[in-house]
Design a protein around this ligand. Structure first.
Ligand SMILES: *[C@@H]1O[C@H](CO)[C@@H](O)[C@H](O)[C@H]1NC(C)=O
Ligand SMILES: [Mg+2]
Length: 410
């Protein structure tokens, strides 16, 4: 295996220093220049409460990115809208195994955000971490979601998450929020909405919109679920390193999925205890990670990454909860089949257009023909008709067209 370089950039903005290291409280150390490098943290003050924004609780927002350049504008539109005080949110991005311009674009957009004239816009401390994990699975939908790719892909993702978190988590963080860049629609109040439940680990429901011809919408994240007897029995039969992944026919687990329990008119505050969690949007108390709970990059109870994290948190007696009727929407990315279908529809549309064009042309030719020939003839006929015998007189036979002849007959 090649060795991968990791680059950690820490951007500390002046306004942030004062927030994190206020001169009150730590006065004795801070006032004495000899001890200015010693900081004292009472971790019991960073446990997280239901209304953290009222107590200045800091959130570390972790965002793993891979070939995500195209999603960044949408992601930053969400960032601008968050209602949780921005200065209380520190950002940590991990860019890995990317072939596009994710890092450069990210830096640009962060500069813009942090220099926004609106004083409520800039965020706290920002860490950019660049590290490749040798993720082999291609980033397109087909490859990413194929069954065989799941276990290795999830283990690599787990490593990436652990790297990101361990590099960026500070003693003063009360919460950690994991958020994917490809969320299309989510309430700007999501941080407060999740926090109000005061759980150790909490996730919303994640669906995705679909084009009308595919039915309008669909459950997306199947990694948030409750354990089932069937799955536990299945796990018994698998070898030690196996990783069960949800949503594939290969592993029929019959677990209740958070996604399928959604009622669009249901109370968004309804809670459901879950065992596996999906990674699109997780709010967790920082103490969960401080206690050693993490994203297993190996088979933990036959699960890895976020599902393994949920299981581990449960094993460590933390509360793990999902909100079946509080839904956020993942971007719709068409699969290869969808694309084929859309191409077929496009082909049909073009055929229909061609058909219509042909039809129009035929009609025009008919009109034109009528114009140049029939009309002339019609004029002639009309003139002839003017000399048709008066009422009472015997009508001329229709085929007789020459008025002169008519006269002669008379
Ligand atoms: C951000 O808020 C504005 C104004 O309410 C809204 O129009 C826009 O759609 C929001 N953007 C996102 C990504 O939610
Ligand atoms: Mg995604």
């Amino acid at each position: 295996m090649a060795t991968f370089a990791a680059i950690v950039l820490l951007l500390i903005f002046p306004s942030f220093r004062e927030l994190v290291f206020p001169s009150t409280g730590l006065g004795t150390f801070q006032d004495d220049p000899r001890y200015s490098t010693i900081r004292h943290f009472d971790l019991s003050e960073y446990g997280g409460t239901a209304r953290g924004w009222e107590h200045g609780e800091r959130i570390l927002m972790c965002v793993p990115l891979r070939d995500a350049e195209a999603h960044l504008p949408m992601f930053f539109a969400h960032m601008r809208n968050f209602t949780y005080p921005h200065h209380l949110i520190d950002l940590a991005f991990l860019v890995s195994d990317s072939k596009d311009n994710t890092m450069a674009r990210l830096k640009e957009m962060l500069e813009e955000l942090q220099n926004d004239p609106d004083e409520n816009m800039p965020y706290g401390d920002i860490s950019l971490i660049e590290k490749d994990f040798g993720q082999k699975v291609k980033q397109d939908v087909e490859n990413r979601h194929g069954f065989a790719a799941q276990a290795p892909r999830r283990k690599t993702m787990a490593q990436a998450r652990n790297w990101l978190l361990s590099a960026a988590l500070r003693p003063y963080h009360s919460w950690v929020y994991w958020r994917d860049a490809d969320v299309e629609t989510a309430p700007p109040t999501i941080l407060e909405d999740l926090m109000r439940h005061n759980k150790d680990v909490i996730v919303p429901n994640v669906w995705r919109p679909l084009p009308d011809w595919l039915g309008g919408e669909q459950p997306y994240d199947l990694n948030s679920w409750q354990e089932s007897e069937t799955a536990l029995a299945l796990a018994e039969t698998l070898d030690e390193d196996a990783v069960i992944v949800e949503g594939y026919a290969e592993y029929a687990t019959w677990r209740p999925h958070l996604a399928y329990l959604r009622d669009p008119y249901g109370d968004p505050d309804v809670e459901m205890e879950i065992d596996g969690v999906g990674g699109v949007s997780i709010l967790a108390k920082a103490k969960v990670f401080r206690a050693g709970c993490h994203f297993p990059a190996f088979s933990f109870e036959k699960h890895a990454e976020t599902e393994g994290f949920g299981k581990m948190a449960k094993r460590m007696k933390f509360s793990v909860v999902g909100l079946p009727h509080y839904t956020i929407w993942h971007l719709y990315e068409p699969s290869a089949d969808d694309i084929k279908y859309m191409e077929r529809m496009e082909e049909e549309r073009k055929n229909k257009e061609r058909q219509e064009a042909l039809e129009r042309e035929k009609q025009e030719q008919l009109n034109h023909h009528w114009d140049s020939n029939s009309k002339e003839q019609w004029e002639k006929d009309r003139k002839g008709m003017a000399q048709v015998p008066e009422e009472g007189e015997e009508a001329a036979p229709a085929e007789v067209k020459k008025p002169k002849k008519l006269k002669e007959v008379r």
